[in-house]
Design a binder for this molecule. Structure first.
Ligand SMILES: [Zn+2]
Length: 180
């Protein structure tokens, strides 16, 4: 389901220019769960795709002003209906975590995969999103030996005080119970 380059067969492929190589001899060993919506709380539009592909019109909404010049990406986005889009192959380094630290190791982008759930850090996620997230998580755990159930964390867990996503309504026990 995930090929050698890190392309996920179940995802719609969309190319982001915002990625680069992982450092030499660094293997994938962490999965970071995020959330995003643009504008916040509005779902189903093209704005996330536009942000991650570098063509968001920052004049479109006043909340987008802060996004001007921002070069960010994630490996995948899971929409409210459970469909999944891939912007960066898993073998490459996406730019999702920012200043971050997990278990004493900084710069989580180097060794992690970032998955965005379409949502906000104050709202619940859909059943379809949990199912798709569990399916891709299983595939990733299967593909990358250093990635285990114990090494899945929210963005808030690696950038405390700076990030709140995926938020307190993300149901960790339910999600983890879905994993094989
Ligand atoms: Zn995040």
């Amino acid at each position: 389901m995930i090929d050698k380059l890190g392309i996920y067969g179940n995802a719609k492929q969309i190319c982001s220019p915002y990625f680069n190589e992982r450092p030499d001899n660094v293997d994938v060993s962490l999965l970071v769960i995020h959330c995003i919506s643009l504008p916040e709380g509005i779902y189903g539009g093209k704005q996330i795709e536009h942000l991650f592909t570098g063509c968001l019109d920052c004049n479109e909404h006043k909340s987008f002003e802060d996004l001007k010049g921002l070069e960010v990406s994630a490996h995948c986005v899971i929409r409210r209906d459970g469909t999944i889009e891939q912007y960066v192959p898993f073998s490459k380094r996406a730019w999702h975590a920012g200043v971050s630290c997990f278990d004493g190791v900084e710069a989580c982008n180097d060794y992690s995969i970032g998955i965005e759930l379409e949502g906000t850090d104050k709202s619940v996620y859909t059943q379809a999103q949990y199912l798709t997230l569990a399916k891709v998580s299983d595939a990733l755990i299967n593909q990358y030996p250093l990635l285990t159930k114990q090494r899945i964390i929210g963005h808030s867990g690696i950038a405390p005080g700076r990030k709140n996503d995926p938020g307190y309504l993300f149901n960790w026990s339910y999600y983890l119970s879905l994993l094989r």
